[in-house]
Structures are given as C-alpha cells and as structure tokens.
Design a protein around this ligand. Structure first.
Ligand code: NAD
Length: 391
C-alpha cells in the first residue's frame, strides 16, 4: 500500500554555486540583520577562508562583530557556552556558521540561547523544546557529510555525562544554506571518505526507516547514486570540482531525506560509539553500515534490492533477496576501496574502541532515539552481536 499520510516541510533556502561563499550580499539584504558573528573551526581561521567570508559580509555594508574559531571536532557544551559569550559581548544579532557538522551544530545550539535566553541544556535539550522562531542562521558546510545545513537537529558532546546530547526542533533548521564546493577541495582523503560514508548512511537509513515518505525516498535514492558515482573520485583526486560538487549536493539531499524520515540502528550504534569511545561520527557509520543493513535485511529486502541498483549492481539475474544481499556486499566493497585508498578503518578495534566498551555501547544504542525509527526492534543481545562482529 502507498503512503496514507505524510508531510514535508523545509524552511531552509538552499543556494549552490562554486564560489558563492565569497559574495552573498543579495541574500544578506533579505535577512535584515546588521551584525553577524562568524563561527568556524581553527582550520578555516588559519587558511584565510574565514577572513574572505568576513570581508565579503563587510563589503556588503554589514558588521562582523567577531570570529569564534574554537570549534573542535564533535563540539562540546563548554564550546557552545564560549560562543554564546562572544556573540553577546560583541552584540551580534545572528550567526554565520562555516565548517563541518561540528561548527554548524555549535552555531545552531548557540543561536538558541542567543535568540531566546535561558539555559541550553535545562531548557532546550531533547525534542520540540523551542517555542518560537530563532534569529536567522546561515550555514556554509565544508564537509560533504552531515547535512546539518538543512537539518532540524544539533548534536553536542556533554562533558559531564560523556554522552552526545541532541537538540531537535524544526526551528533549528538554518534559514540559508550556501553550498560552495570550492570550500570542500581542501578536505583530506580520509575526512572526505568518512563524511561521504556519513551521507551514504543517511540516505540508506532514511530510505529504510519506519518514517519514509515519497519525498524523502526520492532524495535518498538520488543521493545514493550520486555518492556511488563520486565518492571514490573525490577521495582519489581531491581537486576534482565536479566530484566535490556532486558529493556536496548528495550530502545535502541526504540531509533533507533523513531529517524527514529519520535514521536507524546504524546511527544508534554510532552515536553510542562516538560518546563512549570518541570515534568520529562518519567513521563509526562507515564501520557499522553493513552490519546494520544485515540486521534489517529480512524486513527491508525489497528496499535494499532497490538500493543495489543505485550502488551500480546489475540485478537483472538476481532475485529480490539476492539483490538485497548484493547491496550489502556493494557497501562492503566500497569500504574496502576506501580502506585501501586512505586507510579508513572498517573495524571498531582499528578505530580505537576497546573490547571492554562493547556492552556499554550496545546498552546505550538500544536507548538512542534513532533506534525508535529502525524497522526492526533494536534488541540488546542482537545489537551486541552485531557490535561484536564489527569489532
Ligand atoms: P567536523 O565538522 O567535526 O570536522 C572534522 C575535521 O575536518 C575538523 O578538524 C575540521 O577542521 C576539518 N575540516 C572540515 N572541513 C574541512 C575542509 N573543507 N578542509 C579541511 N579540513 C576540513 O566533521 P563533520 O563530519 O562534518 O561533523 C561531525 C559532527 O556533526 C559530529 O558532532 C556529528 O555528531 C554531527 N552531526 C550532526 C548532524 C546534524 O544533523 N546536525 C548530522 C550528522 C552529524
């Protein structure tokens, strides 16, 4: 049976163009904000890109009150707090975020308090906690992975509990996403590989979740094909602007897809592994993806068979189960190529996870919000079995 009900809503304007991050004053004039804080990570503060973006904003007659450049990978609550303080000190009305998911999520979380006041964790962690629209936020992604520039969530590490804390609300979607593939040319091969696998995981999990809809399906399928055709190229030849462009768009499509349809067991295991063993999100997703697909194989056979075609498998001589298994095999082969090309680990032990942490990871994964959207119940003993296999 087809869909009985769905809704699709995206309040982010998306602009794609090589070089767009250097001049977007037309867009600024529509947002009617006089003073901006630029939030980025140390890499972009040092390589001159943050300065160029600052100069572009100022050339349009707008004030940049400061540049917060202390965002680490997997940003933390204390970093968000410092960002809020700098924004308040300079009197910034709104934020431009430049960087990967960590910089964008830091800006999203800071923007909540900047717009509404209150305590970030006490008042706003969790789902649908934001009572009204926030100040405008411009997101300029520099990795082709998280899709955070269009999603309604932010993920921040809580140093106190040693867990990743999530904030989920439609008001968290940035007002404007500027997709400039030139900014991704500097992303090293391994980071390109892991963030690309993050986008692939978003696409596959959103296409097989319990909350899919025709819009998210279309976006996810397009993204899978684009990633299949371009990820290895972008890893092998980082200067390939076409492959970089396709990957940035694919990650964006995948972000919209999973923001609507949600994700599943792979993300549940990755969130837990990121919090407990500090494995980068994309790397954890890459390690777990085939195991999570096997977990759901019996209940998503037809969907995996459809994915196989987008991953370049000739399915004409295969039955549905054969094609579904071939999709999982294609993901394994992609991971093997990435391991060969840039050393992306395909086992937890090679990503710094200790065997003694596996049970805690499984317990945490079962309780993770992503588990509730998985098409099969996430059961402790079974998930632990998959985590042990991935070890
Ligand atoms: P990241 O932002 O943590 O960046 C990783 C590293 O890559 C950093 O050292 C950064 O300086 C560097 N980098 C980024 N772009 C670069 C470039 N173009 N050239 C050279 N170096 C560059 O990586 P990420 O994978 O984009 O983000 C991960 C974070 O996003 C995690 O905290 C994860 O939980 C979160 N996340 C959020 C969402 C969401 O919807 N909000 C979705 C998925 C993941």
């Amino acid at each position: 049976m087809g869909a009985e009900f769905y809704q699709f809503f995206l309040n982010t304007k998306i602009l794609f163009q090589p070089g767009i991050s250097g001049d977007f004053t037309n867009e600024l004039s529509q947002l009617k904000i006089g003073s901006w804080l630029l939030v980025t990570d140390p890499f972009f503060a040092q390589n001159g890109v943050a300065d160029k973006i600052r100069a572009g904003i100022e050339a349009g007659g707008y004030k940049v009150t400061g540049v917060f450049s202390e965002v680490p990978p997997n940003s933390e609550l204390k970093v968000v707090q410092s960002c809020i303080e700098l924004a308040k000190q300079g009197g910034a009305e709104a934020i431009v975020a430049l960087g990967g998911g960590s910089a964008i999520d830091t800006a999203k979380a800071a923007n909540i308090v900047l717009s509404l006041g209150g305590d970030l964790v006490e008042d706003y962690s969790g789902t649908q906690t934001i009572p009204r629209a926030l100040n405008p936020l411009i997101a300029i992604p520099t990795t082709a992975g998280t899709g955070s520039e269009v999603t309604s969530s932010a993920v921040i590490f809580d140093e106190g509990t040693q867990r990743k804390l999530s904030f989920n609300d439609a008001y968290l979607r940035p007002s404007l996403a500027l997709l400039d593939p030139e900014l991704t040319l500097s992303l090293p091969p391994k980071a390109t590989a892991m963030t690309g696998m993050d986008a692939l995981t978003h696409s596959i999990e959103s296409y097989t979740s319990v909350q899919t809809n025709p819009m998210s399906d279309a976006l996810a399928m397009k993204a899978i094909k684009m990633i299949h055709l371009n990820l290895l190229k972008a890893v092998e030849r980082g200067s390939d602007l076409e492959a970089r462009s396709e990957m940035l768009i694919a990650a964006n499509l995948a972000g919209i897809a999973f923001d609507q349809a949600m994700v599943g067991i792979v993300h549940a295991m990755s969130h837990a592994t990121g919090g407990i063993a500090h494995v980068p999100h994309g790397m954890a997703n890459s390690i777990y993806l085939p195991y999570g697909m096997e977990y759901n194989l019996a209940v998503r056979t037809e969907r995996y068979a459809g994915i196989a075609k987008r991953l370049g498998v000739d399915t004409t001589k295969l039955d549905t189960m054969g094609a579904a298994r071939a999709a999982i095999q294609a993901v394994r082969e992609l991971r093997a190529s990435l391991k060969r090309l840039c050393g992306l680990p395909d086992r937890l032990r090679d990503a710094g996870v200790q065997e003694g942490q596996l049970e805690e990871i499984a317990r945490t994964a079962v309780e993770d919000g992503a588990s509730f959207f998985n098409p099969r119940e996430v059961v402790y003993e079974e998930v632990l079995g998959k985590i042990r296999e991935a070890y």
